[in-house]
Ligand binder design. Structure first.
Ligand SMILES: C[S@@+](CC[C@H](N)C(=O)[O-])C[C@H]1O[C@@H](n2cnc3c(N)ncnc32)[C@H](O)[C@@H]1O
Length: 366
């Protein structure tokens, strides 16, 4: 078991995330299997149960464990550990801090925060999920973590917090979270941008944010995912009929991190940027979708453009312009962006959503 946990830490680090020895200690101390006692679905859809030979190896992999499905759609999970590590590092938690988590899920992230010495309250909109998280936290010897059933928009129990961490994809920040935060507090939250959920570090007061890292989360239910004036089009399920309309422009191709940086910039510059999959290919792609949402252009990691639909020529030109602009600016990383937030969404339950993006002046890409 000790070997499995050591390998686990190596796997989390191999994703390029740097995290403190204290957080490594928490990952080594909290048994993840306690939080998935009934098994889970792997990313590839395979169901894994405790009796399976590879159960513990899969639990201690650097991957998401899906614990609840609604038909084909995952509605609860234990997130990818390297993403949890990046978010907890971004939160800068110290012992004794009061932390509100939105999206209790399995309770594992709350357990890590509690092991770091935080006083944790976690809320989940699904009563059965909240109840299972409560039981798991008790079995893990962390009965002090408070688990409540609530829509995260409400901010849960009306108390004061030093930090808020959101572990479900949202379109913006609830004003009720701001009311709960003490001065100097911060919110780490994955906010929809071009079909993915980059994690933002929001500093209330300024109502601006920095980008922490790339992420893809399941979307929250309720007003937290309302559309707003700068919403991007929903992700296209799979684009059909694509042909190459512009050849590769970069050798070697961008690595996964640089491709995410390009994707972020495209989302800041073009309102039709989104996420697409391509029939027969496994990866996710930056797409610029036309008004139908089912055609447009795709920018590949080597800068080649694929396009489809009646406006293929126009969307090819947009893809080229976005790629060239990002390259000419020195390939800025997503962490170089400052995001301005404005109140929008459902007028009855507004959210602070991204509305403007500015780039730090000198930010050469990696
Ligand atoms: C990715 S999981 C959270 C992972 C969790 N932190 C863990 O460590 O296992 C997302 C959770 O957010 C919950 N959720 C979705 N919409 C929500 C909302 N509006 N308010 C609160 N929780 C919500 C889902 O029920 C789901 O359990």
């Amino acid at each position: 078991m000790e070997d499995a946990r050591r390998r686990y830490l190596d796997l989390i680090r191999s994703d390029g995330v740097e995290f403190s020895a204290t957080l490594a200690g928490a990952f080594a101390a909290v048994p993840r299997e306690i939080f998935v006692p009934d098994g889970f679905h792997r990313r590839d859809g395979r169901r894994v149960v405790p009796a399976d030979r590879d159960y513990l190896a899969t639990v201690y992999s650097n991957d998401v464990l899906v614990t609840k499905m609604d038909g084909d759609v995952p509605v609860s999970s234990s997130s990818q550990p390297s993403l949890m590590a990046a978010m907890i590092e971004g939160l800068a938690v110290r012992p004794g801090m009061r932390v509100l988590e939105i999206g209790a899920g399995t309770g594992y992230n709350a357990a890590l925060l509690a092991t770091l010495g935080a006083q944790v309250t976690t809320v989940d909109v699904q009563p059965d999920v909240a109840s299972r998280a409560r039981s798991a936290l008790a079995r893990a010897g962390l009965p002090g973590v408070r688990v409540e059933t609530a829509d995260g928009y409400t901010g849960g129990p009306p108390e004061r917090y030093d930090r808020i961490i959101v572990t479900v994809g949202v379109a913006g920040v609830s004003p009720l979270w701001l009311d709960r935060l003490d001065p100097g507090g911060r919110i780490v939250v994955p906010v929809e941008h071009a079909g993915t959920h980059p994690v933002l570090d929001v500093r209330p007061g300024l109502m601006s944010a920095r980008v922490v890292c790339a992420a893809g989360f399941m979307s929250a239910s309720g007003p937290l995912t309302a559309r707003h004036p700068r919403s991007h089009p929903p992700a296209a399920v799979a684009l059909d009929g694509l042909t190459e309309t512009s050849p590769a422009r970069w050798r070697p191709s961008l690595d996964a991190r640089a491709y995410r940086d390009l994707w972020y910039a495209a989302g800041a510059w073009h309102p039709r940027s989104s996420h697409a999959s391509i029939a027969g290919r496994e990866s996710s792609y930056l797409a610029i979708l036309d008004d139908t949402g089912e055609a447009g252009s795709v920018v590949l990691a080597d800068g080649a453009i694929l396009a489809s639909g009646e406006s293929a020529e126009r969307y090819t030109a947009v893809g080229i312009a976005l790629a060239d602009r990002w390259w000419a600016l020195g390939r800025p990383p997503m962490t170089a962006w400052r995001v301005g937030l404005a109140l929008g969404g459902d007028p009855a339950a507004p959210i602070w959503a991204p509305s403007s993006w500015t780039l730090d002046p000198i930010t050469p890409g990696g």
